[in-house]
Design a protein around this ligand. Sequence first.
Ligand code: FE2
Length: 239
Amino acid sequence: MQIKIHEIGNPSLRNYLLETPEGWIALDTGYPGGFANYRKRLERHTPISSIRYVFLTHTHNDHTGFLKELLEQTRAQLVVNEASLPRLAAGVNVMPDGIVYTSRGARLLARATRHASFPPVSPDETAIIIKSAEDQPFLALGLPIRVLHLPGHTADSIGLYLEETGEILCGDAAANFFLAPARHAILIEDTTAFGASWDAMLALHPARVYPSHGNPFPAEDLLKYRHYLDHAKVFVRKS
Ligand SMILES: [Fe+2]
């Protein structure tokens, strides 16, 4: 079964779409105010009405900025981690104590968005709430798409694993962004969990990783850079 990955964003913020026999799945959105532009880019590929699911990788304003509008315009079902719900309802980026930044530049950028807000979202009755690894709505539809729990960047981070091609769409559980070395995200709420999520991805022997920030990269990079996560001194603490 062919699941086709489309990308309609830009190198610093990707907007992936999965074309499947059960309809299109949109991953995340973008910054607040970006909906009209997103819609224009989307409709070069498919009518907006063909989006059946919106899969949210985690709750930061660059991913949730026009989630409310996208859901209203498409009547798509939101697929969301249960742990995202309080953050989604609050409509503001959460930066818990203990957070680390992976470079000084990353800290500057992340601190600038510390209290950034987005229109809050209260999932309706059609939403699919992911509560555990057993909750696999796409597998249940017969699609070879597994939901992965990838906490660390945020407590609510999840991603998708395309079982037939070994491709992982990881949200911000890894990145390929100039401000963050070694495929790390610019900020990490929990470095131990972040490393464990890389271990979970590696255990799948994936072929390729599609981060939300930067270009896709070979999964070997996770193995190559995994040890950085055991040396917290490379990180810039919150201050
Ligand atoms: Fe993020």
